[in-house]
Design a binder for this molecule. Structure first.
Ligand code: SF4
Length: 90
């Protein structure tokens, strides 16, 4: 018979001091709504990156939870006969 764990699971304590020691930059406007942003002393910081602004410099932040990249799907017509010949290696 398995023992039941009677202690309630507690969420790990978040060390907020690391955000205010100067190594973390506040989030930028584009980060609003992201679940990785944490509120520390009325300023929001990113849990994943020290400099959120740099994550948006080349486009969408790859860890953003509130924005998804737009996928462009192009339809290419394939001739089934030619595709079959190509697949058979002739
Ligand atoms: S994961 Fe990206 S979008 Fe989310 S808070 Fe951090 S930098 Fe901003």
């Amino acid at each position: 018979m398995a023992k039941e764990n009677t202690t309630a699971k507690q969420a790990p304590a978040v060390d907020t001091a690391m955000y205010t020691n100067g190594s973390f930059s506040p989030i930028v406007d584009k980060c609003d709504g992201c679940e990785r942003a944490v509120d520390v002393d009325a300023t929001k910081y990113c849990k994943s990156y020290t400099n959120p602004e740099s994550k948006w410099r080349l486009g969408i932040c790859n860890f953003a939870t509130h924005v998804k990249p737009e996928l462009v799907v192009s339809k290419i017509k394939v001739n089934p006969l030619k595709a079959s010949k190509r697949a058979s290696g002739k």
